[in-house]
Design a protein around this ligand. Structure first.
Ligand code: GRF
Length: 221
């Protein structure tokens, strides 16, 4: 089963990582989670261990520079021989070299409807802009931050009276549905080695365009 699984990189609580672990256990995600790896003492590591998932820590603070850290991280990831690497709240910008080394195998979840709101503080920025709609995106990782081809999105309305906390909570709940479903989608619908959207296509949206088994519906959108 090596070469067929998922390795998840986290920096914090790891709720998306746990959603992926649970989806693999229930069969929604059609590949196993081989390991959860953190760049610091992240609470999500204990959650993963409690579900009998292998864990590892490659602390950034233990290395003199980014190159040395990334080399150790690449070696640790390679030890689990993953089919896919999922970033889930991994709070480091990876170098172009690391990204190229893992091309077509590394995805990320971002709490906005990309290409809107790359980077941090997405919920506050959505509220400030007065947007009626918000959501989350799963995308391929490319050297430019949060700019890779979008695999799938989930959308939800912004409510009157929403604040950052309420919006963040509702988006996170949808992220936990989106990430496993998006990975199932890309594994079920490979285009060459990757399922991606080009600039002139609309990314598939959870509940509208595909189901949890990763089957695209013919919606005619
Ligand atoms: C999520 O909102 C994810 O989209 C973003 O960082 C957050 C991580 O949360 N990249 P968690 O650690 O998965 O709970």
């Amino acid at each position: 089963m090596k070469d067929q699984g998922l390795v998840i990189l986290i920096s914090g609580r790891g709720s998306n990582a746990m959603a992926l672990v649970e989806a693999a256990a229930s069969g929604i995600l059609p590949i196993p989670v081989h390991a959860v790896i953190a760049d610091r003492p992240a609470p999500g590591l204990a959650c993963a261990a409690s579900k009998d998932v292998d864990t590892a820590m490659v602390p950034r603070s233990a290395f003199p520079d980014r190159a040395a850290f990334e080399s150790a991280l690449a070696e640790t990831v390679a030890g689990f021989r993953p089919r896919l690497i999922a970033l889930a709240g991994f709070m480091r910008v990876l170098s172009a070299g690391f990204v190229r080394q893992h091309a077509d195998r590394m995805v990320n979840i971002h709490p906005s409807l990309l290409p809107k709101y790359r980077g941090l503080d997405t919920h506050a920025r959505v509220l400030r802009a007065g947007d009626a709609e918000h959501g989350a995106s799963v995308h391929w990782v490319t050297p430019e931050l949060d700019a890779g081809p979008i695999i799938a999105q989930v959308k939800l309305p912004v409510h009157d009276g929403d604040d950052v906390a309420s919006l963040a909570e509702r988006v996170l709940a949808q992220e936990h549905r989106l990430y496993p479903a998006a990975l199932a989608l890309l594994l079920a619908n490979p285009v060459g080695d990757r399922h991606e959207t080009s600039n002139d296509t609309i990314p598939p949206v959870l509940d509208l365009d595909f189901n949890d088994a990763g089957h695209l519906r013919c919606t005619g959108r």
